[in-house]
Design a protein around this ligand. Structure first.
Ligand code: NAD
Length: 386
C-alpha cells in the first residue's frame, strides 16, 4: 500500500478482505506486507488497524522490497506517474487510483509503459463493481431496457462546501482537475459503462465558488478534513462545480453534473438511464436497491419499482458473509471486489470477474476530462472524443 489517507485505508481493508469473498478455490493466502504514507502516523495507524506487517514513510522502500508483489497506489494524482513507473520497473503489479494522473502527458506515458510491461496494472474505477450499478449496466448492455436513449448522472459532494476546509492537493491543478477529475471521473466512467462509448462532449462549464482557503494542515489528508479558523490565504486553482453534455456513439445523449461544494450532499452519486423499453436508476444513498421500470408491468401499474440487490446481481453471491436479498452492499465492498478481480488477474484465475480497467482506459478517461475542459474554454463548443 502506498498512501494511507481516506481511500488508502479502504484499499488496505480491501486487501485484508480479498480472500473472504467469492470462495477461496485457487486463491493463495495474501500476506499484508507494508503500508507507506509520507505522514508516518497515518501509515502506522493503518498498518496496525488492518494488520499489515510494517509501516514506512518512504515509498521507495516499497519499490525495493523483495517480499512485495502487488501494490495499490492511493496518493495525490500528481504522484501516480513516478510511483507507478518505478513499481512496474521493479516487477510489481500495480493497482492505481483514479484519475490516472493530473495531466494528459503523464497519463499517456503511464498507459504506454503499462502496455509494454510484463506486470498486471489497472485503474480504480471501483463503482463498476457495485452490484446495483453492475446490474443496471448488464440490463442496459443486454438490451433489456431497449435501445438506450438517455443517461443523466450526478456526483455531488460537500467535502469542500465549508470555505474553512484547508487547501490540499485536490484544489491545485488546471480547470477540470478539480471536482471533474476527482468525482466526475467516476460518474463519467459509469456513463460509458452503462451507455457505451462517449463520442463527443459539449456545454462544458466550470465554476470555482470558493476562491481562497486556509493553508494546508500537516496530517490532514485530502482536503476533506475539519475546518479551522485560519485565514484563507491559499488560492484554489480548479473547479468546484462542473457540468457537461455528451453524445454517445450509439446516438444516445446525456449530461453530467458534479460538485464538491454541494451543501448537504456528502457523497451523492446518482444516475438514471432511459431506453425505449425501460428505465433504471441508482442512488448511492440507497445502495441496496435499484429502481426499475419496464414494459412487463400491466398498464396502470407502470412506474419505477424498488428491486433489492440480491444474489442474482453481479458480485452479490459470495460477496458477503450474508449474501441474501435485502442485506445490501456499501461502497466499501466494491473496493474488495476490485481487489479480488485484480488478484485473479495476477494469479491467472478465471472466476468470470471482468478485469480491472487498464491504464489505457484511464488515459481515455482523462482524455474525456480534457475534452470537457476544452469545451468549457471554447464557450461550451462540442469536442469530439477520438
Ligand atoms: N476510488 C475512489 O472511490 C476514491 C475515493 C477517494 C480518493 N480516490 C483517489 O485516491 C487517491 C488518494 O486520495 P485520498 O482521498 O485518499 O487522498 P488523501 O489526501 O486522503 O490521502 C493521500 C495520502 O498520501 C500521503 N502522501 C502524500 N505524499 C506522499 C508520498 N510522497 N508518499 C507516500 N504517501 C504520500 C498523504 O500523507 C495522505 O495521507 C487519489 O488519486 C484519489 O483520486 C479514489
Amino acid at each position: 500500500m502506498i498512501g494511507a489517507g481516506m481511500a488508502g485505508r479502504t484499499h488496505a481493508n480491501a486487501w485484508r478482505q480479498v480472500r473472504t469473498v467469492f470462495g477461496t478455490r485457487g486463491v493463495p493466502q495474501v500476506r499484508l506486507a507494508a503500508i507507506c504514507d509520507a505522514y508516518l502516523p497515518f501509515a502506522t495507524d493503518a498498518a496496525n488497524s488492518y494488520g499489515y506487517e510494517r509501516a514506512t514513510s518512504d515509498w521507495h522502500e516499497i519499490v525495493e522490497a523483495d517480499d512485495i508483489d502487488i501494490v495499490s497506489i492511493v496518493v495525490a494524482n500528481k504522484l501516480h506517474r513516478e510511483i507507478a513507473l518505478a513499481l512496474m520497473a521493479a516487477g510489481k503489479h500495480v493497482l492505481c487510483e483514479k484519475p490516472l494522473s493530473d495531466n494528459l502527458d503523464d497519463a499517456a506515458a503511464m498507459a504506454a509503459e503499462a502496455a509494454d510491461a510484463s506486470v498486471v496494472s489497472g485503474i480504480g474505477f471501483g463503482y463498476r463493481r457495485h452490484p446495483a450499478i453492475a446490474e443496471i449496466a448488464e440490463l442496459a448492455n443486454s438490451g433489456a431496457l431497449g435501445e438506450i436513449l438517455h443517461f443523466d448522472g450526478r456526483y455531488w459532494c460537500d467535502y469542500g462546501a465549508d470555505p474553512q476546509v484547508p487547501i490540499a492537493w485536490r484544489y491545485r491543478g488546471p480547470m477540470g482537475s478539480g471536482a471533474l477529475g476527482d468525482v466526475g471521473s467516476h460518474i463519467t466512467d459509469l456513463a460509458e459503462f452503462v451507455a457505451g462509448p462517449i463520442a463527443s462532449v459539449s456545454g462544458g462549464s466550470f465554476a470555482t465558488v470558493i476562491a481562497k482557503r486556509p493553508p494546508a494542515v500537516e496530517g490532514l489528508a485530502g482536503g476533506r478534513g475539519a475546518a479551522g479558523d485560519a485565514e484563507a490565504t491559499e488560492t484554489v486553482e480548479n473547479d468546484d462545480i462542473a457540468e457537461f453534455n455528451m453524445h454517445f456513439a450509439s446516438g444516445a445523449i446525456g449530461s453530467i453534473s458534479v460538485s464538491r461544494v454541494a451543501f448537504g450532499m456528502p457523497n451523492a452519486l446518482c444516475f438514471d438511464v432511459f431506453g425505449t423499453q425501460g428505465h433504471a436508476s441508482f442512488d448511492l444513498a440507497r445502495s441496496g436497491e435499484i429502481k426499475l421500470d419496464d414494459t412487463n408491468s400491466p398498464a396502470g401499474l407502470r412506474g419505477p419499482k424498488q428491486v433489492l440487490t440480491n444474489p442474482s446481481f453481479p458480485y452479490y453471491k459470495g460477496g458477503s458473509s450474508m449474501d441474501f436479498a435485502g442485506v445490501g452492499n456499501t461502497q466499501i465492498e466494491q473496493f474488495t471486489y476490485q481487489a479480488r478481480a485484480f488478484l485473479d488477474q495476477v494469479i491467472g484465475l478465471d472466476e468470470g470477474l471482468p478485469p480491472v480497467p487498464s491504464f489505457a482506459h484511464g488515459y481515455r478517461a482523462m482524455h474525456i476530462q480534457d475534452a470537457v475542459a476544452t469545451s468549457a474554454g471554447r464557450g461550451g463548443a462540442s469536442v469530439e472524443i477520438k
